[in-house]
Design a protein around this ligand. Structure first.
Ligand SMILES: Nc1ncnc2c1ncn2[C@@H]1O[C@H](COP(=O)(O)OP(=O)(O)OP(=O)(O)O)[C@@H](O)[C@H]1O
Ligand SMILES: [Mg+2]
Length: 294
């Protein structure tokens, strides 16, 4: 229905269209350049229709969003089950390879032993990968009940518990006091552990990892930062590294599946927070996690 022209025309002096009327009022001649549409004259007539169109579009978007969410939940459940069920045959492979070496190791020659060891190592690698995928998947499946978390207590407990986070493996400095946040303690433990593990892993050979942990208030949030003395990350990769299986530094030098930061990203999202990094290659990185203040 072309209401915008036909309907509007009636409101103007006989024989003059909306465009002609506006031109006359503006003092511009008909042969002068004007934009093809004069919005002020068409708006009132378009409102009921555009409102209807907007409502129907909103309904369609909500319906399709619900469909996509259902599909994603199904895919998530499928990959979770698949990953979970893969572990049993994997353990069988690993177990028999180990048994062969244990019971018949002295009767098999070097090449066969080498092949069996490769089967064992391959199944171990695959099992680590499957476990990482399950960890990632669980972040979405776990109910999140946000509670105040005393970050300083949590970080100190983690350092006390894991020798990897203490000298000579690493020097971790806490800029006390660390502000409390609203979050999920399990998710936060996972995030802090993944960020610290990376800071300790991605250092130049022969360098003792040094990490400085601090917090600052940002509006109604708290930003928790981890500044390291590692190898750094090129700006073009700052977003990419938070995706699943995204690794920037090659497996020849650093081990990993590329899932640690994807877990951090997803966990932060589920706690209503954000993550990011500032880094310059060769000059270290500062990973940050921003969460609501407790
Ligand atoms: N502190 C850091 N310094 C330099 N590079 C980093 C740092 N943290 C992460 N990266 C880069 O980001 C990539 C992704 O990190 P992520 O933790 O997801 O994977 P990973 O450590 O390689 O494997 P995983 O954590 O699954 O064992 C890393 O492979 C590395 O290239
Ligand atoms: Mg990692």
């Amino acid at each position: 229905m072309k209401r915008n022209t036909a309907g509007v025309r009636e409101k103007f002096p006989a024989g003059r269209s909306a465009d002609e009327f506006a031109l006359a009022e503006s003092g511009l001649g008909l042969n002068q350049q004007m934009p093809p549409q004069l919005p002020a004259l068409t708006v009132t007539e378009e409102i009921p229709e555009s409102r209807l169109a907007r409502r129907s579009l909103q309904k369609r978007v909500s319906r399709q969003t619900a469909q996509i969410e259902n599909l994603l939940a199904e895919m998530e459940a499928f990959s979770y089950t698949l990953a979970h069920d893969m572990r049993a045959p994997l353990r069988t492979m690993h177990g028999y390879a180990e048994l062969l070496l244990e019971r018949h190791g002295d009767r098999i020659d070097g090449e066969i032993r080498d092949f069996i060891q490769r089967i064992k190592a391959g199944s171990e690698r695959l099992d680590t990968l499957v476990q990482d995928v399950l960890k990632y998947s669980r972040i979405s499946r776990t109910e999140v009940d946000l509670q105040p978390v005393q970050l300083e207590r949590l970080v100190r407990e983690m350092i006390a518990e894991y020798p990897l986070f203490r000298p000579p493996n690493a020097e971790i400095e806490i800029n006390a006091p660390l502000l409390p946040v609203r979050g999920h303690e399990g998710f936060l433990t996972q995030c802090i552990s993944n960020i610290l593990n990376n800071a300790i892993k991605f250092v130049p050979p022969g360098t003792q990892p040094h990490i400085s942990i601090s917090t600052k208030a940002v509006g109604s949030s708290v930003q928790l930062s981890f500044a390291d003395n590692g190898i750094g990350i090129a700006p073009k990769d700052h977003r990419r590294i938070f995706g699943i299986f995204q690794r920037v530094h090659g497996p020849r030098h650093f081990e990993g599946t590329g899932i640690g930061l994807a877990i951090v990203h997803r966990a932060a999202e589920r706690m209503g927070g954000q993550v990011g990094v500032k880094s310059t290659p060769g000059k270290g990185s500062r990973f940050w996690l921003q969460l609501p203040r407790a």
